[in-house]
Write a protein that binds this ligand. Structure first.
Ligand code: DQA
Length: 139
């Protein structure tokens, strides 16, 4: 099974960024543990701060991979382009967020991804990504 985690803007700063909200672990540290735990899964990851690069990656993997775990970060709330890319492809997308966006500012309550996601996992810290992997495995 081929699954990719696609992370949007500022998620390269996990571990250094607003630790009270996002925790103190870097994504690469977390990802290493996740890969080890799910050794039977071909698990890869991609991060970009650039909207078009995220769309290119979604298109590139979207007809070939078994699952996409997408945390579009701030672009979740603004990007019609990323929303359209998720709608266009065939690979199922699970939208994840580390923080509970509904307990935060109102602009974070809007998502251009959710209408076309298979499901949404929000607010479990980095464990949100793990729960998304589990949901693909359970299918
Ligand atoms: C986030 C929530 C977004 O509102 C925010 O812009 C992020 C991270 C999360 O994972 O909690 O950068 O997607």
């Amino acid at each position: 099974m081929k699954i990719i985690i696609i992370n949007g803007p500022n998620l390269n700063l996990l571990g250094k960024r607003e630790n009270d909200i996002y925790g103190d672990q870097s994504f690469s540290e977390f990802f290493g543990k996740l890969q080890f735990k799910y050794r039977e899964v071909e698990l890869s990851q991609f991060q970009s701060n650039i909207e078009g690069e995220l769309i290119d990656k979604i298109q590139e993997v979207g007809y070939d991979y078994d699952g996409i775990i997408l945390n579009a970060a701030a672009y979740t709330h603004t990007s019609v382009g990323i929303g359209d890319a998720v709608k266009a492809i065939e690979t199922p997308v699970i939208e994840v967020h580390i923080s509970n966006v509904f307990a935060r500012e109102e602009f974070r309550h809007v998502s251009f991804i959710s209408p076309n996601a298979r499901g949404i996992i929000i607010g479990f810290g980095l464990q949100s990504y793990e729960l998304a992997v589990e949901s693909f495995l359970a299918k």
